[in-house]
Design a protein around this ligand. Structure first.
Ligand code: MV4
Length: 451
């Protein structure tokens, strides 16, 4: 097992990883920017190294500085968390070249899944359903028109190197296709340094349901059931849950098996997430796979009883998976609310600044993953995630009651937060009935809550 792990991240996920390191008797090493001197992750880690100024390119996105810090402290492994360098195949290769274990999937799998068209072709070859569309990259406007004649309108042009909502363009009718194709390629080139695009039929009002998978280095892969992630605003998830209110046991087993087949075909190991869209007929389609631990992983931890970060570490250390699919059960119901330092009344504008008062919820079935404390100053340079509230209950009704109870207890003064907005969702009849899609927040209005 590793003796010392460097955590190449900040905020709640760095704290989350430090906690598991401590459980496992592994020395944790934090890295922090000059803007994060007072951050919780830098304070609670066993060791902490300043790696540079606030700017991402000089700290958390600077592979050279992070690897130099890891070598200087004698780390044997690097955990990238989510975001930052977590999906950077080159960083994973450089870590290995330095004699450090990258706690994540093999670089070849990261590279394959980072190319969304190759990922979809891998899925198709593995018998995983995909959205009707182009077979791989669409190289010119003539080919785009040919694909469009086959699949019809509306359609989406997606950047091969996009993902997570970046680099997508909706085309409603044939007259708009040629210009949209040209613009999509130019945008993709400018945004990702790769102008390749592919085309899919546009699904109306789908649900976004993802499956957690876990694979060891010996080709054993299991799935840890689904997370329902449809409640989002502009690709920022606000509430996630497991199980999804939509899935039947049969559909869950079918989608889980598909997720495992895709991971196997991609040569995957470690923790990963397979994203599907599910239409109104409950037909499901693979759209992409994320080769990292995700923000919403605690929902899966609650219903499976596993520590996913510990599983990542054991897998990276070469231990075989101690679980088989038949051992795994989805127990009860878990809901996560992401508490952001944003003002819903001002279009969810991020508002950094000092936290003057902080009262965190507790009690039965409540978990808070956060990296904040009273008088902590939220820096303006990074994301606005303050905390994650995760509740667990015997069933969805109990989990909902606990989520409402805990969110009402969640009290922050100094910066605005999303808690009151989420409380309204937790009480809204369609949400309570489990009747929603990715369009939920565009089709439901919530009055601003006064101070
Ligand atoms: C789609 C889609 C409808 N049809 N693909 C956006 C993020 C990226 N992961 C895939 N996305 C979508 N792909 C087809 N063929 C609708 C979305 C989409 C979406 C997906 C998941 C969660 C939120 C979303 C919000 C808007 C659009």
């Amino acid at each position: 097992m590793f003796k010392r792990i460097l955590i190449a991240n900040r905020g709640e996920i760095a704290v989350r990883i430090i906690r598991t390191c401590r459980d496992l008797g592994i020395i944790s090493v934090a890295v922090f920017s000059e803007a994060d001197r007072d951050s919780m992750h830098a304070q609670i880690a066993d060791e902490a190294v300043c790696i540079g100024p606030a700017a991402l390119g000089e700290s958390y996105l600077n592979a050279g500085r992070i690897l130099a810090a890891a070598l200087a402290v004698g780390a044997d492994a690097v955990h990238p968390g989510y975001g930052f360098l977590s999906e950077n195949a080159h960083f994973a290769e450089c870590a290995a070249a330095c004699g450090l274990t990258f706690i994540g999937p093999p670089p070849e799998a990261i590279r394959l899944l980072g190319d969304k068209a190759r990922a979809i072709q891998t899925a198709r070859a593995a018998g995983v359903p995909v959205v009707p569309g182009s077979e791989g990259v669409v190289p010119d406007a003539e080919r785009a028109a040919a694909v469009a004649r086959e699949i019809g309108y509306p359609l989406l042009i997606k950047a091969v190197s996009g993902g997570g909502g970046r680099g997508i363009r909706l085309v409603e009718e044939p007259s708009a296709l040629a210009a949209a194709y040209t613009a999509a390629c130019a945008e993709a080139q400018a945004g990702f340094g790769d102008g390749s695009v592919y085309i899919e039929r546009f699904l109306r009002r789908p649900r976004h349901i993802e499956f957690q998978v876990l694979g060891d280095q010996y080709e054993r892969i299991v799935h840890l059931f689904e997370r329902e992630c449809s409640i989002q605003r502009r690709h920022q998830k606000l509430i996630e849950e497991s199980p999804s209110p939509l899935l039947t046991a049969d559909l869950r087993a079918e989608m889980g098996a598909a997720a495992v087949r895709l991971a196997q075909a991609a040569g995957y190991s470690g923790a990963g997430t397979v994203e599907f869209l599910v239409d109104e007929n409950r037909a499901f389609y693979f759209i992409e796979m994320n080769p990292r631990i995700q923000v919403e992983h605690p929902v899966t931890e609650c219903v499976t009883g596993l520590d996913l970060v510990a599983e990542q570490i054991r897998i990276a250390a070469g231990q075989p998976l101690g679980l088989s699919q038949a051992d795994l059960r989805q127990r009860g119901h878990a809901i996560e609310c992401r508490v952001n330092a944003e003002d819903p009344a001002r279009g969810f504008l991020p508002v950094p600044g000092p936290i003057r008062t902080l009262n965190l919820p507790g009690g039965p079935g409540v978990r808070v993953d956060a990296a904040i404390y009273q008088d902590y100053v939220v820096p303006p340079y990074y994301d606005s995630l303050l905390a994650k509230l995760i509740v667990h209950g015997h069933d969805r009704d109990q989990a909902l009651a606990r989520a409402r109870r805990a969110m009402a207890e969640f009290h922050v003064e100094g910066v605005p937060t999303t808690t009151d907005f989420q409380l309204q969702i937790l009480r809204e009849p369609d949400f309570v009935a489990g009747d929603f899609s990715i369009d939920y927040l565009e089709t439901h209005t919530f009055p601003p809550v006064g101070p």
